[in-house]
Write a new protein. Structure first.
Length: 156
C-alpha cells in the first residue's frame, strides 16, 4: 500500500478515501439532509466536496456543521446568497458575525411588517369564523376592504 500524506492512498491501483472523509450517504444521515440537497448546496457553492474517489463525492466532517448553519439560516428566512456571505468568512474572522448582524437588521423591519399584516388577516379570519350572517350581502366583514392588506402582501 502506498500512503500519501493528506492525499488519497492506493491499494493495488485503487483509490482509498482519506480516513476522516465522509461519503454523501453518511453526511445525509448525520445532517438529516437529503443527498440531493447536499449536492445542490455543493452546486451553488455553499458546501465543498473533496476530490471524488471512484466517482463518489467525499466530504470533510465539518460539512455537517455547515449544513446545520444553512438549515438554521434558512429557517430564519435568509436567502442562499445571504447564507453564502456568512459562510465565506473564516471562523476567526469577526466579519461573519458582523454580516449576520447586518442581515438581521435588514430583515427585522420586513418581518415586523409581515407580522402586522398576518395579525390583520388573523383577526379578520377569526371574525369570519364567528360570523352568522345569512348572506355575504348582509355581512359587515366585506364593507371595509381597507382593513386588510393588499392581496399581493397577504402571506400565502
Amino acid at each position: 500500500m502506498l500512503v500519501k500524506v493528506d492525499l488519497m492512498s492506493r491499494i493495488e491501483g485503487k483509490e482509498i478515501a482519506p480516513p476522516e472523509s465522509l461519503a454523501i450517504g453518511e453526511v445525509a444521515r448525520l445532517s438529516g439532509k437529503a443527498p440531493s440537497a447536499i449536492r445542490y448546496y455543493e452546486e451553488v457553492g455553499l458546501v465543498e466536496a473533496l476530490e471524488r474517489i471512484s466517482g463518489r463525492r467525499r466530504y470533510l466532517p465539518t460539512v455537517v456543521r455547515t449544513l446545520a448553519v444553512i438549515e438554521t439560516a434558512q429557517r430564519a428566512g435568509l436567502s442562499l446568497d445571504e447564507i453564502r456571505l456568512l459562510l465565506e468568512a473564516t471562523p476567526s474572522d469577526q466579519a461573519a458575525t458582523e454580516r449576520l448582524r447586518e442581515v438581521a437588521e435588514q430583515k427585522l423591519p420586513l418581518l415586523r411588517q409581515a407580522i402586522e399584516r398576518a395579525e390583520l388577516v388573523r383577526r379578520w379570519l377569526e371574525d369570519a369564523a364567528r360570523c352568522h350572517c345569512p348572506t355575504l350581502d348582509d355581512c359587515p366583514l366585506f364593507e371595509d376592504p381597507e382593513g386588510l392588506p393588499e392581496r399581493s402582501l397577504v402571506l400565502r
